[in-house]
Design a binder for this molecule. Sequence first.
Ligand code: GSH
Length: 207
Amino acid sequence: MSDRPILHEYAPSGNCYKIRLTAAFLGVALDRREYDIMKGETRTPEFMTSVNANGRIPVLQISDKFLPESNAACFWLADGTHLVPDDRFARADMLRWMFWEQYNHEPNVATLRFWMGWVGGANLTDVQRALLPGKIEAGKAALALMDEHLAKHDWLAGGALSLADIALYAYTHVAEESGFFALADYPAVQRWLARIEAEPGYVAMGA
Ligand SMILES: N[C@@H](CCC(=O)N[C@@H](CS)C(=O)NCC(=O)O)C(=O)O
């Protein structure tokens, strides 16, 4: 058996892509195991008992240990590398953006992409339909906040590419797929996306 970390994933998920992108920037090889979340493959008793009791991917398996939560998995890969700032404040600031991503960005930008592109607008429940306006407004506010910051800084934290950029790149670069956001409205974000794509080691989401 290979001693490479194993990524339990669903390839179109931005949360899973964050981990592949982190590994690619670091030149680390991962084995990959694919689950179809549309068929409930992460909700089986076997998965929930042995991989993640929370029933979700991504999970990074490091020999016999399982690490759910995308940003924690990115941190496991990148701890001690150039993707985590040495400076104490910058390192905490990187985490600030990663926590913000999970609370303010992903639940809006990523959830709308999933609802419109995978569930389908016509199949949304009444509850999901009622949540749409608030999620669109919150998604736009998140992109605007990033744009304001990136108009003054090349990178989110610490003056260089870090996990904060990777965590936020994952769903920002595909934000338009929901049909609710136009990246042209956020020019500093667009320039930042291009900067990330020009970094050595970058891999596209579908690669
Ligand atoms: N906070 C978690 C979110 C994980 C998550 O929501 N995973 C989704 C795909 S992106 C999933 O597994 N959905 C399948 C399900 O809930 O059954 C992370 O960052 O890893």
